[in-house]
Ligand binder design. Structure first.
Ligand SMILES: NC(=O)c1ccc[n+]([C@@H]2O[C@H](COP(=O)([O-])OP(=O)(O)OC[C@H]3O[C@@H](n4cnc5c(N)ncnc54)[C@H](OP(=O)(O)O)[C@@H]3O)[C@@H](O)[C@H]2O)c1
Length: 221
């Protein structure tokens, strides 16, 4: 079974870690403040988890999940991620993060920006349109009638296939939305960004592949 490296151990990174451990993966989890600050999370995750620095998580992970604020992406270690699959969960919201010109004018998507920084890695965009609590509560075993699908995008088909296998193992179907350039279709403000939300984002409802495809197709710039 693969080891999942996690860079960013907050709401989404911590939730992916919980789902990955539950599915039998080992996880090496990191944040900006250092491994000592992750003792409680690691204790909760159990013997298949350990805390590390971002560089160690990058080096140890067979697959690495990047779940940090958009402005921190240039701090992600490049060398240990060479040749690896990196799942990019990052969203951009100028109200929270301040303006980034290339994202404002849509000349690039967030995941293309990550791919530019990690030019020798295989970046796959995933988990961006699901609230962290929903990510936890909608996970279902393969074949469940109320299973939810998550959109993924990437420029490397093999990397997308691996990410689909990982998502399947932790409780989700996938919808292949194409290349990283298509990632705007489920960025904040699009129908797909709220496809699993009920009346509020805190109220979860499953979304199968058809529902997700329809939401992606309805996106406008
Ligand atoms: N929250 C959601 O429901 C949700 C849903 C979809 C996508 N997203 C996106 O996923 C990303 C993470 O969101 P979140 O809500 O999980 O954030 P969060 O709870 O604030 O956690 C952010 C994590 O990133 C770490 N971090 C910050 N700078 C870092 C660096 N330079 N190197 C390593 N780790 C660093 C933080 O570590 P410290 O605590 O030590 O600073 C923290 O563990 C964001 O881009 C967000 O837009 C969030």
């Amino acid at each position: 079974m693969w080891t999942v490296g996690i860079i960013g151990s907050g709401r989404i990174g911590g939730t992916v870690a919980r789902l990955a451990v539950a599915a039998g993966y080992s996880v090496v989890i990191s944040n900006s403040r250092g491994p000592d600050t992750l003792a409680d999370l690691v204790a909760e995750l159990g013997p298949r988890a350990r805390a590390a620095t971002p560089a160690e998580a990058a080096e140890t992970g067979d697959l690495v999940v990047l779940s940090i604020p958009v402005r921190a992406c240039t701090e992600v270690p490049v060398e240990p991620l060479k040749g690896k699959i990196v799942i990019d969960t990052i969203n951009y919201d100028p109200r929270l993060h301040g303006h980034i010109a290339e994202l404002d004018n849509a000349s690039i998507t967030t995941s293309e920006m990550v791919q530019e920084h990690l030019s020798a890695s295989h970046v796959v965009k995933a988990f961006n349109n699901i609230f962290f609590q929903t990510l936890r509560t909608l996970a279902r075993p393969s074949g469940a009638t109320d299973r939810t699908a998550l959109p993924i995008a990437g420029d490397d088909p093999d990397a997308k296939a691996e990410v689909s296998r990982f998502l399947d193992a932790i409780g989700y179907d996938t919808v292949d939305a194409g290349s990283l350039a298509e990632g705007w279709r489920w960025q904040p403000g699009t129908p797909a960004h709220v496809v699993y939300a009920g009346e509020t984002v805190q109220v979860a409802q499953p979304g199968n592949a058809e529902k997700v495809r329809d939401a992606l197709a309805a996106a406008t710039r």
